[in-house]
Design a protein around this ligand. Structure first.
Ligand code: F6R
Length: 613
């Protein structure tokens, strides 16, 4: 959701800023811009389109200088065009500012600033920020850029990650955050700001996370972090643990395909050192000191969005089956504005790949305010949700760049399985034998996922047939219902085919009206305890000439007569089928989107990490 990079130092900054933007492009890709400070003025360009369009526009500019900022946008206020692109500048063209977030009181500030003769050019909420900073920089006040930004931020409501430079203050960059991610990269005699560490990971491995209501002042000589009352803070410097190769395509055509194919490894990484198949025991570092909480919990509420919400639906079933505890799943965007009843013993689990999703963060705040213990199941280390929950479990899936989430989903389900198993172990709700059976199967899953990925020819052939569809129905029951939702989401978000996920038996309460020979139905039919019921649902579709793609368990020869197409997955326990059956659905969506010529890693209207509500 908008990507920011800023640099102060003595290197040639064109490649640093444009290269950083390319790594952030997954966050937003409708327009982009760059500004550097040079000989007492600003050199700037911004364009509608992708980073490659910005590179063309910037090719004739001299971007040498000691400080610069750049931005890739996902529009909230004002359509994507050259004028609404960031950076924004003030009336005197002295200040340039990039912003990720939403300024909620921008209308009243705009009116006020217009009364003071500020001239606005864009339709964005962001532009008020730069005029407000200008107002505080006016000679009569004599403020530094740092002070002007601080005073301006004290007047705004909403969320922001910003980076600001001033033509008249050489080598100084001011950054600040509230509710939108921003971190600093600490090099030697050079410093970076970025919405994500990927922006500058090739130059430094040392980072400082900014907290909400903190600002940083960077120059080639050093950096300072302060709060909005101008008090100096003493932040920890942390190290990036992953390798640069993890944020590169590594020979794959798309990040999405690379990430789908990484899943045997990422599921293994989510299990590594945590589960012992010989004893059935689970040990999760982050929960070691919170065993009483897990033992005494009376109810679990999961909150999340999108794909993470689908993983949470599986988490809920796992908790109910393994721990016999009531569990619910709430859309974070609904939960945050509801009046939930938190009964004693409630524990909240926030599930998020990015750890920055604005709605999930707000839902977490709501629970925290009520004194509810909160756990995080998060991928991005050091992200807001990871830091604001009482404790949690990391996915260790490595950076997920493809906008459509794939490997995060399977890692989330793997971690939720282990949390459920750990709770069962602490509360004695499963027999030792069953505990061992589940743990033993968990560690076999990476190999089974690999088996599916080793032979994808049949999925590609089916994709040829699906590529012309306008609609598709995804159906599943029990543990497979969330997989139906996830499969439909994958197809619609990257191929733009309209797809709906439904509990298979709900079909006859309405959606069956849509079935005809133009409407393919994807049916999750693994060999679990509801298999026979799902077969009846397949018959109902066939009776109406619907075409059926079934995902079934290896060895189920009968399915070949029932369905038009079958994709087989290895056998596993009922509760783990989602980790296998989702893989062909991810691949199907991917191959269909390739055949339709879609931009897979940057689907229209979408962006990774939804940091606005
Ligand atoms: C879909 C997708 C989104 C995210 C959702 C939550 O492919 O990626 O639905 O799952 O925006 O994001 P996180 O998990 O970062 O909180």
């Amino acid at each position: 959701m908008c990507g920011i990079i800023g640099y102060v130092g003595r290197k040639e900054q064109r490649d640093i800023l444009l290269g950083g933007l390319r790594r952030l492009e997954y966050r937003g890709y409708d327009s982009a811009g760059i500004a550097v400070q040079r000989n007492g003025s600003l050199v700037m360009t911004k364009v509608k389109g992708k980073i490659r369009d910005l590179e063309k526009a910037a090719s004739s500019l001299d971007l040498t200088g000691s400080v610069g900022i750049a931005h890739t946008r996902w529009a909230t206020h004002g359509e994507p065009n050259d004028i609404n692109a960031h950076p924004h500048t003030c009336c005197g063209n002295r200040i340039a500012l990039v912003h990720n977030g939403i300024i909620e009181n921008y209308q009243s500030l705009r009116t006020l600033l217009k009364e003071r003769d500020h001239h606005f050019t864009s339709d964005t909420d962001t532009e008020v920020l730069v005029h407000l900073v200008e107002e505080h920089l006016k000679d009569s006040y004599g403020h530094s850029l740092e002070e002007a930004v601080r005073l301006a931020l004290n007047e705004v409501e909403g969320t922001y990650g910003i980076a600001v430079i001033d033509a008249e203050q050489p080598g100084v960059l001011v950054a600040a955050r509230r509710g939108s991610p921003l971190l600093l990269g600490i090099g030697s005699d050079e410093y970076f700001v970025g919405s994500d560490v990927a922006a500058f990971a090739e130059y430094t491995r040392e980072i400082v996370y900014l907290n909400d209501d903190e600002m940083a002042v960077l120059s080639p000589d050093g950096y300072l972090v302060k709060n909005l009352q101008a008090e100096e803070m003493n932040p920890d410097v942390e190290k990036i643990t992953w390798e640069l190769g993890q944020i590169e395509k590594g020979g794959f055509d798309h990040f999405m395909l690379k990430e789908i194919r990484e899943q045997p490894q990422t599921v293994l990484d989510a299990l590594r050192g945590r589960v012992r198949p010989d004893t059935g025991q689970v040990k999760l570092g982050g929960l070691q000191d919170h065993q009483d909480l897990l033992k005494n919990a009376k109810r679990i509420i999961f909150t999340s969005c999108g794909t993470s919400w689908h993983a949470s639906l599986i988490g809920r079933r796992l908790i109910e089956e393994f721990v016999r505890l009531p569990a619910e799943v709430e859309y974070a965007s609904e939960f945050r504005y509801s009046t939930p009843v938190f009964t004693p013993g409630t524990v909240l689990i926030a599930v998020s790949q990015s750890g920055e999703t604005a709605d999930t963060l707000a839902a977490l705040h709501l629970a925290k305010e009520e004194g509810i213990p909160c756990l995080g199941v998060v991928n991005v280390v050091g992200s807001s949700i990871a830091r604001e929950t009482d404790t949690g479990v990391y996915l260790h899936a490595g950076p997920e760049i493809g906008v459509a989430s794939t490997k995060a989903f399977t890692s989330q389900v793997t971690v939720l399985s282990q949390i459920s198993l750990l709770m069962a172990q602490l509360r004695g709700t499963l027999t030792e034998e069953r505990q061992k059976e589940i743990a033993g199967e968990l560690v076999r899953l990476p190999g089974k996922i690999q088996q599916i990925l080793d032979d994808t020819d049949c999925i590609e052939k089916i994709a040829d047939q699906f590529a012309g569809a306008d609609n598709a129905l995804y159906l599943g029951r029990g543990y497979s219902f969330p997989v139906a939702l996830e499969g439909a989401l994958k197809l619609k978000e990257i191929s733009y085919i309209h797809a709906e996920g439904y509990p298979a038996a709900e079909m006859k309460h309405g959606p069956i009206a849509l079935i005809d020979d133009d409407m393919p139905a994807v049916i999750l039919a693994p060999g679990d305890h509801v298999y026979e019921k799902v077969v009846s649902n397949i018959e109902e579709i066939r009776a109406r000439r619907g075409r059926v793609l079934a995902v079934a368990t290896e060895g189920n020869e009968a399915m070949a007569d029932l369905a038009d197409w079958v994709i087989y997955v290895p056998e596993t326990l009922d509760c783990f089928y989602p980790l296998l059956t989702v893989i062909p659905l991810q691949l199907l969506a991917y191959y269909v989107a390739v055949r339709r010529g879609c931009n897979i890693d940057q689907p229209r209207n979408l962006a990774k990490s939804v940091t606005v509500e």
